[in-house]
Design a protein around this ligand. Structure first.
Ligand code: OGA
Ligand code: NI
Length: 353
């Protein structure tokens, strides 16, 4: 399997286009960032101090804050999450350096739709599709048998070590959040971790690079989608907003708190929670003044396990919403069709029973 058309790097398009962007990136009017109701700029996703989990006086309140955020928003930010701020900054800046290397260097890591691993510029293989205004780098950290540091950039020199350190900390944080979610759902605290495969969870990183765009109102950095996996830890650009979250039919632009992670529920946790928690649509807008970089870490179930709603959450009043499916089967859809809201994902899984 290969790409249906020659790959063009958005970074090169950005550097070479003057004033107007190629047609391939122009969205129909109803799918442009400017369509739909505007949202007040003072709204933001919930911000949660995770340090409260350690504190017997604050634990209940913190658990409740996470619970409400998962039910109402599908998105929240966490601070005091245990990942060292300097590791976060080093990771982001090392990746920025990667994307600022000459094109020949990056091309050495060009990816294919077979595994998606490496340097890429599109998601999906539909010929003639409208393209997003971004390049990315995708790599596997877990399971160990998929981890191949030779497929990670060799330069800048610090990058491989930084990826390793950053990944270890994210995986630890993933375990902490899965525990909190399990407790909040009334399940055994290890329920979700076990449903994810225990030690055999998946963890992969997509670094998104959004070049400057001379016509930001006509295109999107990343089309509206829900994340297909378990949950996502996003390290946004500290200085450049861009992530928008679907809320009441409109879009809210997330304002990142310093050294916070943006956490969101993915489709697999929507399934496991029998839709008590929702995997919420989001997208990225671009701008003409500044490039933007973000690190999206996907924390996923082991890919060949059947995922279905927890039995404890299936009752006569709340029957099972989803048929069992493995994550491998599930993500094939996004990998061939590209990001397309939620329509083809969770909604289409509803079992008729
Ligand atoms: C993603 C994603 C948001 C961002 O990579 O799935 O939603 O801000 N990224 O880059
Ligand atoms: Ni996403």
């Amino acid at each position: 399997m290969d790409w249906p058309e020659p790959i063009i790097r958005v970074q090169s398009v950005s550097e070479n286009c003057t004033g107007t962007i190629p047609e391939r990136y122009i969205r129909p009017p109803e799918a442009r960032p400017t369509s739909g109701p505007g949202q007040g700029s003072d709204v933001n996703i919930p911000l949660i101090d995770l340090g409260g989990i350690q504190d017997s006086n604050l634990r209940e309140t913190t658990l409740r804050q996470v619970s409400e955020a998962c039910r109402d928003w599908g998105f929240f930010q966490v601070v005091n999450h245990g990942v060292r701020p300097e590791v976060m900054d080093r990771a982001r800046e090392a990746w920025r350096e990667f994307f600022h290397q000459p094109m020949e260097v990056k091309q050495g890591y060009a990816n294919s739709p077979k595994t998606y691993e490496g340097y890429g510029s599109r998601l999906g293989v539909e010929k003639g599709a409208i393209l997003d205004w971004s390049d990315y780098y995708y790599l596997h950290y877990l399971p160990c048998n998929l981890r191949d540091p030779n497929k990670w950039p060799a330069l800048p020199y610090a990058l491989r070590e930084v990826i390793d350190e950053y990944s270890r900390e994210i995986v630890r944080l993933g375990g902490v959040i899965l525990k909190i979610l399990s407790i909040n759902l009334g399940l055994n605290e290890d329920y979700l971790q076990n449903a994810f495969g225990g030690e055999d969870v998946g963890a992969c990183l997509r670094v998104n690079f959004y070049p400057k765009c001379p016509q930001p109102d006509y295109t999107l950095g990343l089309s509206s989608h829900s994340d297909p996996g378990g949950m996502t830890f996003l390290l946004p650009d500290q200085n450049v907003p861009g992530l928008q979250v679907r809320r009441d039919g409109g879009w809210i632009t997330v304002k990142p708190a310093p050294h916070a992670f943006i956490v969101n529920i993915g489709d697999q946790i929507q399934v496991l929670s029998n839709a008590i928690y929702k995997s919420v649509e989001h997208r990225v807008i671009v701008n003409s003044e500044q490039e933007r970089i973000s690190l999206a870490y996907f924390y996923n179930p082991k890919s060949d396990l059947l995922i279905s709603p927890a039995k404890e959450l299936v009752t006569p009043d709340t029957p099972s919403m989803y048929s069992p499916m493995t994550f491998d089967e599930y993500r094939l859809v996004i990998r061939t069709k590209g990001p397309k809201g939620k329509s083809q994902l969770v909604e289409s899984l509803k079992s008729p029973r």
